[in-house]
Design a protein around this ligand. Structure first.
Ligand code: PLP
Length: 386
């Protein structure tokens, strides 16, 4: 959970500089007043370079970024879009915004999309597949891409939680047709709110950019007031302040990943060999963004007891089990209304895994003492409860 841990003087200086150099907060125009400095443009350029794609678009939220890519891929009312049961609710909201139908797959022990279930859920109406790299851990992209390619269905990677993480050497978000990152407060780097679209597909990029800016085509032949357009859109633009903060935070990304990976390994190593717990499956351990350590215990009841015991010892959990209601489709009765069964039975494989899962947050700023303390407290809690 690092971005907000490391926010400080560098970000403050970057914002101050906007005011020192003209005070233009809008991302476009007033070139002379802003001394030709375009921070949002520069942030997009640096993200593209970092993850190795041709096009990046920075918009106001990751949720908007998802919606924009779905629009660019031509998703319309009544189309089906497949995603997984364990995700933040935003993934499903982006689908619902377009009047499309969210089709939910089970997750497997990686806690990401179960490729076997994906294969079963594809129909003639499936328009897009959205695997989610939950808590920075890559989904099984080889299997997912194979299934998608066989059926000629585009893949949008929801990498909201996974900027900088990789799968077999490739940055998450750059493996499918397009990807998104979030830079909200809980993410690898933060701009308060923010979302990035990354893609090598120019058509996706242009459509997403146009929609995010009322249809503006940014036709170089005309000033903005006389710009051309062929579609109408909406306004999902960011301000220069987010661009400035993003640039300062991006400089810290490698450090964030290095520290998280180091700290996670030490805690995991400390807990290895304990009976009655099983770690989450990691399809590419080295590529994990590593801001969460998840393990399963035997039963739902034991998971709840363990979480309570950890809380009493001053250790929080991260989403599982404390915020499961925002991260599990099996609890979204306000969305999935048509089912006769209890939703937790609809995705019983997911329920079985998620209800037994404990997620520990990994911080960048963890001292050796804190790491040892966490390991010891978790061990004691496990001994007491399991
Ligand atoms: C998996 C996932 N998708 C999408 C989003 C939406 O991102 P944002 O909060 O920037 O709208 C989030 C944010 O938590 C997320 O975790």
């Amino acid at each position: 959970m690092p971005g907000w841990e490391l926010i400080g003087q560098e970000e403050k200086a970057a914002v101050d500089e906007i005011f020192d150099k003209g005070g233009v907060l809008y991302r476009y125009g007033l070139d002379a007043k802003r001394q030709n400095i375009f921070r949002v443009d520069e942030f997009e350029k640096q993200i593209a370079q970092k993850v190795g794609v041709n096009h990046t678009l920075f918009v106001n939220t990751g949720t908007a970024a998802l919606k924009l890519v779905l629009i660019a891929l031509g998703v319309k009312s009544g189309d089906e879009v497949i995603t997984q049961s364990f995700t933040f609710i935003a993934t499903v909201e982006a689908i619902l915004e377009l009047g499309a139908v969210p089709v939910i797959t089970e997750i497997d022990k990686s806690l990401n999309m179960d490729p076997k279930d994906l294969a079963k859920k594809i129909t003639k109406k499936t328009k897009v597949i959205i695997p989610v790299h939950m808590a920075g851990v890559p989904a099984k992209m080889d299997e997912i891409l194979k299934i998608a390619k066989d059926k000629n269905i585009p893949v949008l990677e929801d990498s909201a939680q996974a900027l900088g993480a990789t799968y077999k050497g490739k940055f998450l978000g750059t493996i499918g047709n397009a990807g998104i990152y979030s830079t909200d407060i809980g993410k690898v780097i933060t701009t308060g709110e923010g979302g990035l679209v990354v893609t090598n597909d120019k058509a996706i990029y242009l459509k997403a950019r146009e929609y995010s800016d009322h249809g503006h085509e940014q036709n170089p032949k005309f000033p903005r007031g006389e710009d051309t357009r062929t579609i109408w859109g909406f306004n999902y633009k960011v301000t220069e302040m987010q661009g400035a903060v993003g640039l300062a935070q991006l400089k810290k990304l490698d450090y964030v990943l290095e520290m998280q990976r180091k700290n996670k390994k030490r805690i995991k190593d400390g807990l290895k060999g304990i009976k009655n717990i099983e770690f989450r499956e990691l399809p590419d351990e080295g590529g994990d963004a590593a801001d969460t350590l998840i393990f399963f215990v035997e039963t739902k009841e034991k998971a709840l007891k363990l979480a309570q015991s950890l809380k009493e010892k001053g250790l929080g959990t991260k989403n599982l089990p404390d915020a499961i209601n925002w991260h599990y489709a099996g609890t979204w009765s306000h969305i999935f209304k048509g089912y006769k069964k209890n939703l937790e039975e609809v995705w019983s494989q997911s329920t079985n895994l998620l209800r037994r899962a404990i997620a520990l947050p990994i911080m960048v700023n963890m001292t050796d003492e804190r790491i040892n303390e966490i390991v010891e407290k978790v061990k004691v809690a496990i001994k007491e409860v399991l």
